[in-house]
Design a protein around this ligand. Structure first.
Ligand code: TXA
Ligand code: MG
Length: 318
């Protein structure tokens, strides 16, 4: 098992030695290594069992540093960066040669983000390279939002997990790119579309095409628990059979006539932010129960509800 600790000096020493660590962020935990070192980057793909065509996001603590790794930051990108960094927003920018093709899966663009997490920012500021960090789960499974989640699945493959507490946003960053004058959202995420559009104006949504070369990681089946997940549009569609053995992912109220121990609530206080924060750990908990399947209901398509629904649909896809 990996060492779980808040020792930044130890994290720094391992990373400088091109080893990997579990890395806390406000969205989800990452599997981090030196983004400019091919040996560390190859190791990330191997540990995650991730296909090499699925590029990595690089993380930094400052825009000034990011300028040393990207060719230019167009005005629309700068406006978004200034509004939302540090935060759950990733920008696709033209890379400089110093960023290995391996990190971007051969794309001339690199995905960059400044995470909003005090311990991680402190670590990033102590390094003179950015950290490549995909979510720290085996490829295709639910993303981790605690150090323990990372340890459960990757603990025998990495030496160390930096413990930053539970991730406060709970779903991955919103990914945005730019084509001529268009601002394009490639992945819905922790920064709501309404907020993005307040800064960027009308954006184009391209999140679902798995054949889209700009976001090869947006495969249809992803974030999947082992138990089969069934989506309802409304709780009135609840199946009448197998109620004793069914797991339920509810919103703010338990579903009647289903054992409570087989149910988890996303948002006891009824907010979408709370639902995002609890989504992945609730799915992981349900996935440990002896149940025949999991049933849940799509949320209103507004605010973080859109990104949550996107994760639920991918988790339910065959
Ligand atoms: O919140 C997050 O973004 C988390 C934390 C750790 O920062 N990271 C994360 O990484 O979700 P990951 O690897 O699970 O998802 C990264 C996705 C890729 O699957 C791909 O779709 C997109 O980002 N991506 C990365 N680099 C890209 C590039 N150069 N061009 C197009 N898409 C890219
Ligand atoms: Mg991921």
């Amino acid at each position: 098992m990996a060492e779980i600790s808040t020792d930044i000096a130890k994290a720094k020493a391992l990373l400088e030695n091109n080893q990997l660590i579990g890395f806390p962020t406000e969205t989800v935990y990452g599997l981090a290594g030196n983004a400019l070192n091919e040996e560390a980057v190859v190791e990330i793909f191997k540990v995650k069992n991730r296909p090499y065509f699925d590029p990595l996001i690089i993380h930094s603590h400052s825009l000034e540093k990011i300028r040393t790794w990207v060719e230019e930051i167009p005005p629309q990108a700068l406006a978004l960066a200034e509004a939302f960094w540090p935060g759950p927003l990733t920008l696709l920018l033209e890379k400089k040669d110093i960023v290995p093709d391996l990190t971007t899966s051969g794309s001339p663009k690199v995905a960059v983000r400044i995470p909003n997490h005090a311990l991680s920012l402190q670590l990033l500021a102590s390094l003179d390279f950015p950290l490549a960090a995909p979510s720290a789960n085996p490829f295709g499974y639910i993303s981790p939002t605690t150090a323990q989640h990372v340890n459960d699945q990757l603990g025998d493959k990495i030496p160390f997990i930096l413990d930053g507490g539970p991730s406060q946003i709970g779903i991955e960053s919103t990914i945005i790119g730019f084509e001529e004058d268009q601002t394009i959202v490639y992945r819905l995420g922790g920064k709501a579309l309404e907020e993005i559009e307040r800064v960027a104006g009308k954006v184009q949504l391209m999140p679902h095409s798995s054949s889209n070369p700009q976001a090869p990681g947006m495969l249809k089946s992803h974030y999947a628990p082992k138990a089969k997940l069934t989506l309802l549009n409304d709780w009135s569609e609840m199946p009448a059979i197998n109620k004793q053995s069914l797991g339920v992912l509810g919103f703010d109220q338990y579903v009647p006539n289903i054992p409570k121990e087989n149910q988890r609530l996303l948002a006891p206080h009824g907010t979408l932010e709370e639902a995002a924060r609890n989504l992945f750990s609730a799915l992981r908990e349900l996935d440990k129960l002896p149940i025949s399947g999991i049933v849940t209901c799509l949320l209103p398509a507004q605010g973080l509800g859109r990104a949550i629904n996107d994760r639920l649909k991918r988790a339910a896809a065959e």
